[in-house]
Design a protein around this ligand. Structure first.
Ligand code: GLN
Length: 534
């Protein structure tokens, strides 16, 4: 029998439910069970692709081209496993498919209702993932907070699954905030009590409470939560603040969350094999040599906008034994003249030009790129960052002063970056970019080839524009050479500047494939060059 574990949230959102879910799943995977994780997002968007990063943070991209919630990125990194776009279910998808079925007449004259039609669709989507992935345990994180109107159909579907699948095949973990008063340090359990009551009101009794708190729970707070939630005190777990998210599985393990959950699900307990994870966490915490990296983008006020890039840098840093010091630079502030680039980049050892869309902030990135190129500072441009590398070189080395991307100026005389041929005539915005994993052929003798050490690599993508191949000869003559290309659709995937320590741009997003113990080769190589240049 497949086991279904639902994770709900209480009190506040953004308390690390995704990391908690990934951590518990990792412990069961380390016990030898095959696991997967589904994220449910109760919003009406079909996927995260059309959302501004300031709304929910980064849009994560799966191998199969899904534009998903950033929690899918945490799951992939913790489980070291590729997930599918099907692992992110939204209200939009559920209603879209129920309405399509209704239009086709599949409900045979019935009145189509939230219960049972919407809840049935939710259950069948969860089961579809389980069947395709053939797992022993599926963890289902229900986004938002208990009490949200839009989350109700999902909680109702979960409640029904407990009845249908059986008590020992379903479990509920409730993750909720336990704030503490600044003056006395006292941990307040009332908000958790209320959110558990709210869960019970809709027929769900949690089996485990994970309390997000600053410090480990006091015995009094634990006892109180247990009493009011109707569970034993050992089923109340503290998820207190740690140095980095990768320590969370370890603190949950120490408190025996895997034992309680395994017992609840009637699963044999094996000792989790987490030595490799402990090694990684120790390396991460031990790495002390500082490396100053500039992060230049236009969504820098919400760090979650670039979370996979930050995590990729951490993975590579742990591998190299360095401690990255991030300096966030808002590109709109550069173009508005609010900050001076030479002051900002003083003492920087490497720079990342972050991905993005649209005109705002783009000229700020071009100004930064000119400085980085002229000062021989190792630079990595990701997707939009790569496109701006091409524009800067075209303007300032090739001499095409008007060079631009047709995304930023549709009338530009020199569209060195242009809409991809495959994107001509596309006018639906959702899910239509060049998405997902694609093969890249690397050119021998280039820096990028040395970084990967192989001729073919697969990286993930999310873009509509790319290098206009009519300008390739001019760019190459100026020293910006092609180091990777897709042989099927001729999209230039990697370019690099000769005579520079490390000046590389890629149309791909290698950060999406970086894992704690398998860092992205290009990020590692970039950091290595940054380290050697100073
Ligand atoms: N806006 C650019 C494009 O669509 C880059 C996208 C990105 O950085 N992900 O091509």
């Amino acid at each position: 029998m497949v086991k279904y574990v639902f994770i709900t949230g209480g009190v506040l959102s953004s308390v690390g439910k995704g990391v908690t879910t990934a951590s518990v799943a990792l412990l069961f995977q380390s016990m030898g069970y095959s696991v997967t994780i589904i994220k449910i997002d109760p919003y009406i968007n079909v996927d995260a692709g059309t959302m501004n990063p300031y709304a929910h943070g980064e849009v994560f991209v799966t191998e199969d081209g899904g534009e998903t919630d950033l929690d899918i990125g945490h799951y992939e990194r913790f489980l070291n496993k590729n997930l599918s776009k099907k692992n992110n279910i939204t209200t939009g998808q559920i209603y879209y498919s129920v309405i399509m079925k209704e239009r086709k007449g599949e409900f045979l004259g019935a009145t189509v209702q939230i219960i049972p039609h919407i809840t049935n669709e939710i259950k069948s989507r969860i089961k579809e993932v389980v069947e395709e992935d053939k797992v022993d345990i599926v963890f289902i994180e229900i986004g938002g907070t208990v009490g949200d109107i839009e989350g109700l159909p999902f909680l109702e579907a979960a409640r029904q699954m407990r009845l249908e699948e059986g008590f020992s095949n379903t479990a509920f973990i409730h993750v909720a905030l336990v704030p503490s008063l600044r003056v006395t340090g006292e941990q307040k359990t009332k908000p958790v009590q209320h959110s558990v009551q709210e869960l019970r009101r809709i027929g769900i009794q949690p089996d485990i409470i994970v309390a997000r708190c600053e410090k480990p729970l006091t015995p009094e707070a634990r006892a109180k939560i247990a009493l009011f939630s109707n569970i034993p005190p050992e089923a109340v777990i503290s998820n207190y603040d740690v140095n980095n998210i990768y320590e969370v599985p370890l603190i949950l393990y120490e408190q025996g969350i895997h034992l309680i959950l395994a017992d609840r699900l009637k699963l044999p307990v094996h000792n989790p094999k987490i030595d490799h994870w402990i090694d990684f966490v120790e390396r991460l915490n031990r790495s002390s040599q500082p490396l100053k990296i500039a992060m230049i983008g236009k969504y820098t006020r919400l760090r979650d906008s670039y979370i996979s890039i930050v995590e990729a840098i951490k993975h590579s840093s742990a591998y190299l034994g360095v401690k990255p010091i991030f300096k966030w630079i808002e590109s709109t502030d550069i173009e508005d003249g609010k900050i001076k680039i030479d002051d900002e980049l003083n003492g920087i050892q490497g720079a990342l030009i972050l991905p993005g869309f649209g005109k705002r902030g783009s000229e700020g990135k071009v100004i930064a790129l000119k400085y980085l190129r002229e000062h021989n500072i190792p630079t990595l441009g990701i997707c939009f960052g790569f496109e701006l590398i091409v524009i800067e070189v075209a303007r300032n080395i090739v001499g095409l002063k008007e060079a631009n991307s047709s995304e930023l100026d549709s009338d530009t005389q020199h569209p060195v970056i242009d809409l991809l041929p495959s994107q001509q005539g596309v006018n639906i915005m959702g899910g239509t970019m060049r998405l997902g994993s694609r093969p890249i052929k690397l050119i021998k003798g280039t820096v990028v080839y040395s970084a990967y050490g192989v001729e073919y690599v697969m990286e993930r993508h999310r873009h509509r524009y790319g290098v206009n191949n009519k300008y390739l000869d001019l760019l190459e003559a100026a020293g910006l050479i092609t180091s990777g290309i897709n042989v099927e659709d001729s999209v230039v995937e990697y370019m690099e500047l000769k005579q520079h320590r490390f000046y590389v741009g890629t149309q791909a997003h290698p950060e999406f494939k970086s894992r704690p113990l398998q860092p992205s080769p290009i990020y590692t190589y970039f950091l290595k060059c940054a380290l050697n240049s100073s």
